[in-house]
Design a binder for this molecule. Structure first.
Ligand SMILES: *Cc1c(COP(=O)(O)O)cnc(C)c1O
Length: 419
């Protein structure tokens, strides 16, 4: 997929004048179009819902616009639940998919009427004790050796998430005995997966389980939740995942398995984060220094604290140098930040045009798991987030200040120094 930037150099120069680099900037219209497209493609399934994974881009402006498009939210912590509540999400528009969950989080999820998705069989009792059992429960299935995983989540049998197959049957039996009346089934076995067939196979796996569990336990499922994990083409040579292909494949299996066996209607849910906002965010940064030692380095005014995926997973993020889009990629550079860690590199041995100090770097695909994964190690401050639409830009999160960084520290035991 060809990597382009949805704004001109002049436009971004004007934005930089008002808001210092670095910042993440998100394309509102592209996010809305993307959201509508997904809902349209799955509209054959009555009640289809996408619960946006809040952790990918936890910003109230983004959640509000996704709410307007008809999305729900997938939360996994107390602050994410509170954020969803503040934006106006309630009840079954909230999916609570957590693990190793503290009691206050279950209490909040229950109070909001969220769909609670349990990660372990022992959490039935834990939930009952601390919040009381809701009438609707969902369980997260971990297929173990029955499915291959991928680099981000790892092999299912080594992943900490979910219940084994045997535990799953036991869990629904126990929940039913305890008076739970409504049921869902969830799985999430891959992340950033680009093979569309993988998601069809996941749906088929869940359809088969729905049939088996329904018959054996004597319950009816209202929905299956396929999780998130649809990948995006970070590299120019990769292709966009064909959602229509996934939808067609799932529809076919739905007819053959669910309808034919009398288990319809069964709603399909998803909880994608990355594919919704990922491609529509950009980290904007400027070149601070050039350095030639054993390699040629470009030092940016951003660092791994603004985008940790390259350092953490060795992930590729495409780079466009504004105004040099058509220049020959004649140089090989490591593109670095200022953190005192040698994995603080946005790119290693990247072919780029000849770079000068002050050049504007656009790092692509930072709309999910970008700003959200930021941290303060080494005294680094998290950047601002901007949203643009129709040429207008608004700041949707300010940059952190040094006062923010010091806010949790106690200086009161030290002698006062006058300034
Ligand atoms: C992270 C996560 C998601 C979203 O994953 P993406 O790769 O952003 O689609 C969805 N569900 C759960 C349970 C997750 O942990």
């Amino acid at each position: 997929m060809k990597k382009t930037v949805p704004f001109t150099k002049l436009f971004i120069q004007r934005v930089i004048k008002k808001y210092q680099t670095p910042f993440h900037i998100y394309d509102e219209k592209a996010i809305r179009d993307n959201a509508q497209k997904l809902l349209g493609i799955f509209s054959w399934n009555e009640g289809f819902k996408e619960y946006f994974a809040v952790k990918a881009l936890p910003n109230p402006y983004i959640l509000k616009l996704l709410k307007e498009e008809g999305f729900g939210v997938d939360c996994s912590s107390l602050p994410e639940l509170i954020l969803a509540e503040r934006v106006g999400f309630r009840g079954e528009k909230i999916m609570f998919t957590s693990n190793d969950t503290p009691s206050e989080e279950y209490q909040k999820a229950k109070a909001l009427g969220a769909i609670i998705n349990l990660d372990d069989i022992s959490h039935i009792q834990y939930l009952e004790k601390h919040a009381g059992l809701p009438e609707l429960l969902c369980f997260r299935y971990n297929p173990g050796k029955l499915r291959a995983g991928n680099a981000i989540i790892g092999k299912p049998e080594e992943a900490k998430y979910g219940l084994t197959r045997d535990q799953l049957f036991a869990a629904y039996i126990l929940a039913k005995q305890k008076g739970v009346r409504r049921f869902g089934l969830h799985t999430m076995v891959a992340s950033n997966e680009l093979n569309p067939q993988y998601f069809i196979d996941t749906a088929v796996m869940l359809f088969d389980l729905v049939i088996e569990i329904s018959r054996e336990v004597g319950i009816r499922f209202e929905f299956i939740n396929l999780g998130g994990g649809i990948g995006i083409p970070y590299r120019p040579e990769q292709k966009v995942v064909d959602i229509r292909f996934i939808s067609r494949g799932i529809k076919k299996a739905y007819k053959e398995k669910i309808v034919k066996n009398g288990f319809d209607p069964l709603r399909l849910y998803m909880e994608n984060g990355r594919m919704i906002t990922g491609p529509h965010g950009y980290l904007v940064s400027q070149v601070l220094h050039k350095k030639d030692t054993y390699k040629e380095y470009i030092g940016l005014d951003s660092c791994m604290a603004n985008l940790m995926r390259p350092g953490m997973y060795g992930a590729y993020h495409h780079i466009t140098v504004m105004g040099k889009e058509r220049a020959p990629r004649s140089h090989t550079y490591d593109v670095t930040g200022s953190l005192c860690e040698n994995n603080d590199k946005f790119a290693i041995d990247r072919k780029l045009p000849q770079i000068g100090v002050g050049d504007i770097f656009i790092i692509h695909d930072t709309g999910a798991h970008g700003h959200a994964m930021g941290f303060n190690y080494n005294g680094k401050l998290r950047s601002a987030e901007l949203l643009f639409n129709n040429g207008a830009v608004r700041q949707i999160r300010r940059a952190e200040t040094i006062d923010d960084y010091f806010a949790t520290l106690d200086f009161s035991h030290l002698p006062r120094r006058g300034i």
